[in-house]
Design a protein around this ligand. Structure first.
Ligand code: NDP
Length: 284
């Protein structure tokens, strides 16, 4: 029987609805909407699309948003100054600096300048460390979205084998820690992993975040496994494909995310959730 398709668009819509309801509750209680500042430096077209989508999502959730569009010639000090001003701005609860930044600006320095309590991307070392030691924190949006999708399949993670392919700081590592926190037995794979297909075949939950179109084949998947495909690869100009060979995998897996329409829509939805929760946390 083909796998259940995990509908990321529908799950993301329900998360955004919840965020909108929480934002309304916040406005009612504190007399203003939660606020997000989005900073973009330079004119990278992909970054521009992401920023526009984030602003649109804010409008849909009744979250106040403001954009700070800076020229590519902005110095590191100028950007750090802006971040500090936003940290101190009482109508702003979340500060997001769109990455990548121009080469002359240190992304690490900028991320570290964002107040951890306003770090809605969950990239600040304080939030990363809190995630690592199991303390409450703003969690990075894509991994948090992946966990939400896994939960909605109804799988009980305790004691299950989870394999994560990819060890990036923004997806692979944090999602591995989140799976571990829920008592899965986690294996993290990367470009030097030997016999990757065999490792993947052990997974009850397989999360793939590599950036290689259709790398994971149907016979790498344990029958009935939950497969989360994070990859977004443009092939042949426009078409978006994942890291998993969907047509093969759907015949073997128990549940699988499509690309597009799986993990992709979850990232912005979790960002909305983080903004609202950061706003409430600042008042507690
Ligand atoms: P990175 O390039 O930062 O990391 C890729 C990881 O894949 C690395 O750990 C690398 O290993 C590993 N890898 C590369 N080749 C292989 C291989 N042949 N076998 C096993 N592992 C391999 O990517 P990201 O984590 O940032 O993103 C991964 C994918 O997810 C991309 O397609 C990206 O576009 C997508 N993505 C989607 C998001 C969304 O939908 N919202 C958000 C973020 C990412 P090593 O460490 O050894 O180099």
């Amino acid at each position: 029987m083909p796998a259940t398709i995990i509908d990321g668009k529908a799950v993301a819509a329900s998360i955004r609805e919840d965020a909108a309801a929480r934002a309304a509750e916040y406005r009612e209680k504190f007399g203003r909407a939660p606020g997000l500042a989005v900073v973009i430096v330079g004119d990278d077209p992909a970054s521009r699309v992401y920023v526009n989508n984030k602003k649109k999502a804010c409008a849909g959730c009744d979250i106040y948003s403001e954009e700070h569009a800076l020229p590519a010639t902005t110095t590191e000090d100028e950007l750090l100054d802006l971040v500090r001003r936003l940290n101190a701005d009482p109508k702003i609860d979340g500060v997001l600096v769109q990455l990548p930044l121009p080469n002359h600006i240190s992304e690490d320095k900028v991320i570290e300048a964002i107040s951890p309590s306003k770090d809605v991307d969950g990239f600040h070392p304080i939030n990363v460390g809190s995630l690592m030691v199991g303390k409450p924190a703003l969690r990075p949006c894509t991994p948090a979205g992946i966990m939400e999708l896994i939960h909605r399949t109804g799988i009980e993670l305790k004691g299950k084998r989870a394999v994560v392919v990819g060890r990036s700081n923004i997806v692979g590592k944090p999602v591995s820690i989140m799976l571990l926190a829920e008592h899965a037995t986690v294996t993290i794979c990367h470009s030097r992993t030997e016999d990757l297909p065999s490792v993947c075949r052990e997974a009850d939950v397989l999360v793939v975040a590599v950036g290689r179109p259709k790398m994971v084949k149907g016979d790498w998947i344990k029958p009935g496994a939950v497969v989360i495909d994070v990859g977004t690869n443009r092939v042949g100009g426009k078409k978006l494909v994942g890291d998993v060979d969907f047509d093969e995998a759907v015949e073997v897996a128990g549940a699988i995310t499509p690309v597009p329409g799986g993990v992709g829509p979850m990232t912005i939805a979790m960002l909305m959730k983080n903004c609202v929760e950061a706003a409430f946390a600042a008042r507690s």
